[in-house]
Write a protein that binds this ligand. Sequence first.
Ligand SMILES: O=C(O)CCC(=O)C(=O)O
Ligand SMILES: [Fe+2]
Length: 225
Amino acid sequence: MYLEGFLSAEERSHLQDLANGHFQHSAVAAGAAGSSAIHAVRTSQSTTIPRDSLVRCIEDRALALQGFDTPPSHLEPIQLVKYGPTQDYHYHTDWFTDAAAHATAAQGGNRASSIFAYVRTAGSNNDNSSSVLTGGGTNFPLLDVPLRDERWCRFVDCDDEYERGVTFRPVAGNAIYWENLVRDGAATRGDQRTLHAGLPVVSGEKVGMNIWTREAPLPPGVRGK
Ligand SMILES: O=C(O)CCC(=O)C(=O)O
Ligand SMILES: [Fe+2]
């Protein structure tokens, strides 16, 4: 689902203020139970952000979108991710493929849904040049969505090769929402079609926001206050 104007300009700058100075090299889930590791597949920098009243308001919006039966305890702390030139996040799924290590019932199960929003899509903060963001789209190679109306071209890259699936353009304030799991009898399993990547930034800086909803409540220590 495509969400235009999910974040206001004020919210986007507040989110960046909360994250500033806290970005660290992004980790990815690793083998051992609940652990993560620094990996070349994700060269961005990321941080979770503290929950203040504005962040709670964004969380409420994310929950309302998913229906009234998802309580706040299912939301992971919001994560911001920042990419400079050449930085990217290789193809991955947000649902954990190693569920025994990362998605047990005690850990809140797997990631039922994802919201990825574009928080900053501009020139770099670190140089004085008037660089603009180029690159940095979000590509879903296995999505087979016929976007026949050219109004979509503001939000997706209509010049992409057909075989490349769908690439969302980084448009500040907008977001994509998708569900990660499909029912499989009494259980759930990860949906392969949700494979995606943050394509390399060519110039400028991109800051994104992840809101991940678990199937079940997170341990209070992970969820935080
Ligand atoms: O940067 C992007 O476009 C996607 C990021 C992403 O998929 C993630 O952080 O899980
Ligand atoms: Fe992702």
